[in-house]
Write a protein that binds this ligand. Structure first.
Ligand SMILES: C[S@@+](CC[C@H](N)C(=O)[O-])C[C@H]1O[C@@H](n2cnc3c(N)ncnc32)[C@H](O)[C@@H]1O
Length: 301
């Protein structure tokens, strides 16, 4: 057991290409690079602050359907099929990546998660030794690329060939083509079972699982059933001297306390620090916070 985890509202405050302009009435208005989008945000149970004309300036509005994550983009103005965005890394480097409107309402980046990129990059840079990182459910690769830019050797796993392709394009765009990254299209649990058998060990693990997902062969991922098992296999795949583990959960009915307790159990043999909390974004209009996800993180020390 570690000491009771601290509870933090983590804000990714260094973005220049992303802003939460306003929120309210079940919606959020955001800028992703040169475009503005309005998307549903069921937790925004207050009134919008900006006048209607600002909301009308959105390039596209996501119109949800009744079923979860279904819907379509209603384009009000021309939007390129893909456009470039960036995030400032250490040493004046930039993470450069492609943003795109996707049918699932996302745009290729979860901006609030950048707080984790900064946190692990700092740990990797200060480690003073080679660091092997595993990024499970890696999506478009931005955590992978931040870790690689900081000097880690990274294994990136995602079930979607398309996401991995997108992540590799982001690698090229960021000028990180020479970095040691293994790109794997595979079911996260299956892959980890194999890694355990092969005796492959990692110093840092990033877990960013969806609520529900499928592996390439139809393997079912269900957060409440699958995560405890994944924690267990990940524990077996930790090096003798782990540096960090970060777990982030979106859109689920789970308290950060529960994620922290799962992580506490996973890391019980390793003395270190445990922190949990919410990933939040601060609105530009009225300074309110939008909570986007819960997380727990362990790090050595
Ligand atoms: C969108 S990201 C994570 C971001 C955020 N946590 C969320 O829930 O939306 C989820 C990623 O997990 C991948 N994924 C879903 N099921 C998977 C599985 N069984 N094994 C590996 N990756 C999976 C998806 O392809 C996707 O890129």
């Amino acid at each position: 057991m570690h000491n009771s985890p601290t509870f933090t509202l983590l804000e990714a405050a260094r973005w220049q290409d992303y802003e939460l302009l306003d929120s309210g009435d079940g919606l959020k208005l955001e800028r992703f690079g040169k475009y503005i989008f309005a998307r549903p945000e069921s937790q925004a149970m207050w009134s919008r602050s900006l006048p209607q004309r600002e909301w009308d300036s959105a390039h596209a509005v996501f119109q949800p359907t009744a079923e979860e994550s279904g819907g379509h983009w209603d384009f009000k103005k021309r939007v390129d099929e893909k456009w470039e965005m960036s995030y400032p890394l250490a040493k004046a480097e930039q993470l450069r990546f492609w943003a795109m409107t996707t049918p699932g309402r996302h745009l290729g980046v979860f901006p609030e998660v950048a707080a984790h990129w900064d946190f692990m990059a700092d740990l990797i840079q200060k480690a003073g030794r080679p660091v092997k990182v595993l990024n499970l459910f890696g999506y478009t690769g931005l955590a992978t690329l931040s870790a690689a830019a900081a000097g880690a050797q990274v294994t990136h796993v995602d079930a979607s060939k398309k996401s991995v392709g997108w992540a590799r394009e982001n690698q090229a765009l960021s000028g990180l083509g020479e970095k040691p990254i293994r790109w794997i299209v595979e079911d996260a649990v299956k892959y980890m079972q194999r890694e355990e058998k092969r005796g492959i060990r990692y110093d840092g693990i990033i877990l960013d699982p969806p609520k529900f997902g499928r592996g390439p062969k139809g393997e079912v991922w269900e957060i409440y059933k699958s995560l405890p098992h994944l924690f267990e296999i990940c524990r077996a795949c930790l090096s003798e001297n782990p540096l960090f583990v970060i777990a982030t959960l979106y859109a689920v009915r789970a308290s950060a306390i529960h994620v922290a307790q799962g992580l506490d159990e996973m890391m019980k043999q390793h003395p270190g620090n445990l922190d949990s909390g919410e990933l939040v974004t601060r609105e530009k209009s009225a300074n309110r916070l939008l909570s986007q996800a819960v997380y727990a993180r362990w790090w050595a020390g």
